[in-house]
Design a protein around this ligand. Structure first.
Ligand SMILES: Nc1ncnc2c1ncn2[C@@H]1O[C@H](COP(=O)(O)OP(=O)(O)OP(=O)(O)O)[C@@H](O)[C@H]1O
Length: 307
């Protein structure tokens, strides 16, 4: 078994790459495990390297070292290969997918020895217009806020939290929060303006929002919540309930669907954010992919949650 570390040097705090490389050597050299560390040099590199390792045919455990974006790339490269398994070593500004493993996820997924011998489970993947996602896809005002954070972060003098507040202000207070959409969920067709469309294979996004607490990454189905146009007052009144998965308490505003495939479209270009990565199109189809990915994790953790 080979252990391949794909490290995104652009993710996480300054110095985190050097610290991680030291930890890999300190853990793997004494154990005598075959291992390799590769630093990605640009977006798309982790996907290409993961695919190349999986294609080689030998058993390989691939450690995506970064945030959700790096995990997404590794999943896209390794999905469908029975000899390859993936995990995520937290090194980003956010590791929302890992939150399904409980409050202690960051410390436990940083324990490389525990990860190297951990069990693995076959996780479903979402196919979104041909790109695979493992966690959550959002496509409403939440997606526009997330997409613009990336944009504002590039401005001089704007910090991470500053970019988030700026994006929130522009997208929620200064711009219309709803868009005209047609949403299809099985036989249900919603033709109306929507504020939020969110599809879950995992449970968390946006730094800890959990719209559907009983979504499971291995049950062969997806959950979708749709929030129609609401006033800003209602939006702020219900955002806490939405983030805590209390959709059952507000069925008229936070509508829930369960199924293998959903689609949504608009006459205007929509922004969808899939595992933190931005996609733009007028029409999206999201379905359970035929490909799965083996995901390994520390043996003392469980991903099924309390529900
Ligand atoms: N060497 C590199 N230089 C610049 N960008 C890179 C490099 N390698 C990978 N990337 C890109 O960096 C982006 C951000 O990575 P990632 O999402 O893992 O970190 P993050 O933004 O800190 O965390 P999160 O998305 O969980 O908040 C990804 O889109 C990835 O493709």
């Amino acid at each position: 078994m080979k252990h391949l570390f794909l490290v995104n040097p652009a993710a996480g705090k300054r110095g985190s790459t050097e610290a991680l490389l030291r930890r890999v050597e300190e853990t793997f050299s004494p154990l005598g495990l075959e291992h390799e560390v590769v630093l990605t040099s640009s977006a798309g590199d982790a996907e290409r390297l993961a695919r190349r390792a999986a294609c080689s045919g030998g058993p390989v455990r691939i450690y995506a070292c970064g945030g959700d974006g790096t995990l997404n790339e590794v999943v896209n490269g390794a999905a469908g290969y029975p000899n390859a398994a993936v995990t995520n070593v937290p090194k980003g500004t956010g590791n929302d997918f890992l939150r399904i493993f409980g409050a202690n996820y960051a410390a436990r997924f940083s324990d490389l020895a525990a990860l190297s011998r951990g069990p693995q489970a076959a996780f479903d993947l979402m196919d979104c217009n041909g790109k695979l996602g493992i966690g959550v896809i959002c496509a409403g005002v939440d997606a526009r806020v997330a997409a613009d954070v990336h944009r504002y972060k590039r401005l001089p003098l704007v910090t991470g939290p500053g970019a988030y507040l700026l994006s929130l202000g522009v997208n929620v207070l200064l711009t219309d929060i709803a868009r005209p959409t047609v949403v299809q969920a099985g036989l249900d067709r919603l033709e109306e303006e929507t504020s939020i469309i969110c599809i879950c294979n995992g449970r968390y996004y946006g730094g800890g929002f959990m719209p559907v607490g009983d979504a499971q990454p291995d049950d062969g189905v997806l959950d979708m919540v749709v929030v129609p146009r609401v006033s800003r007052f209602t939006f702020f009144r219900l955002v806490g309930a939405y983030a805590k998965g209390r959709y059952r308490s507000h069925p008229e505003v936070i509508r829930h669907f369960h199924g293998p495939a959903f689609s949504f479209s608009s006459p205007e270009e929509l922004v969808a954010v899939i595992d933190g990565e931005v996609m733009r199109a007028k029409s999206f189809t999201v379905r359970i992919s035929e490909r799965k990915v083996a995901f390994f994790y520390p043996g003392d953790l469980d991903y099924r949650g309390e529900n």
